[in-house]
Design a protein around this ligand. Sequence first.
Ligand code: NAD
Ligand code: GLY
Length: 356
Amino acid sequence: MPMITVPLGERTYPIHIGSGLLDCLGTHVVEALGEISVAVVTDDNVAPLYLARAEKSLEAAGLRVCTITLPHGEQTKCLDQLANLYAFLCENRLTRKDAVIALGGGVIGDLTGLAAATFLRGVHFIQVPTTLLAQVDSSVGGKVAVDLPQGKNLVGAFYQPEFVLVDPDTLTTLTDEYWRDGLGEVVKYGCIGDADLFALLEGCAPGGRAALMARIDDILLHCIQAKADVVAQDEKDTGLRMTLNFGHTIAHAVETCQHYEGLRHGEAVALGMHVMTRLTEQKGMTAPGTAARLDALLHQLDMPMELPGLSEEDVISAMFMDKKYSGKVLRVIVLNEIGKCFIHPTDVSFFHGMMK
Ligand code: NAD
Ligand code: GLY
């Protein structure tokens, strides 16, 4: 089974990737932490699909298991559900040698990770991501958080897991909308640092989801290795990790303008990458032909490239109000060409004409 390592000194951890690995969860926990108690946190879409298999594997390995199933959706990533988790962990008498396991998408991973980081000042944390987005992005790198009414991810921590277990078979049950959500991030990795991945996606995209699933192990390996490399060099997000935000500045602004009720996140990222690359190619910062190549792939993946109903002015003002923007300079990620990028400081004038 392929394994990728996130090298972070004392907190170095493995990411196990392979079809059917969910049935080996118990063995991996015992190998990493011995015969402890584990609390599995999941949501009500994932529980009927995968919870019984996870429990069976954990119990077969001799672990004491308790489980909690939360409602699915972003609204679960909140302080009330965090308090709910603390109560559950108390009732089940988890100690600092025990572990909390997140079985689900990015919502369950982020919430459970924050509970693990803070309960008893930190218990062991294991990620078992079941969406494409969580497998290629949110389960790796230790960002854990909940949302506040004032905004997304406003309370959080950097808290690395003991290990991540990625079973690509779980992706077969994802709806098309969540599959496409994850694909936006997959294309991003190809754009910012991995021309081979981009070419692999170009080869599969005409065959749709089935063709991409036929190469999913390779696709996951490329993406997870890219994320692990960036996190290893910039765990606390002070420089290089910012490159993972390619397309995201425009995406977040669009999502804000649409009150999170329009494009899905992955679609907004695709749109952001398209708008940004067309703009920077016009400015002579990106190699000619890059935007056309990106657009062709996004088109084949059925990603949106038009933004009906929002003015350029709305999107620009939302961009410059983002919480990550301080002062007058906004740093954005620009492609030199497919597979290479750099961080570029901009001001408002940079974006004029971007929607034309
Ligand atoms: P999600 O967790 O809401 O999962 C999407 C939907 O798919 C849910 O309805 C879920 O119940 C369902 N689902 C999960 N696995 C399934 C499966 N195998 N089969 C069928 N249905 C399944 O959302 P997401 O897209 O995985 O993650 C989004 C969250 O991740 C956001 O809160 C975002 O802020 C966060 N995020 C975090 C990071 C990070 O670095 N921590 C990075 C990117 C995104
Ligand atoms: N999803 C961006 C990061 O992990 O930094």
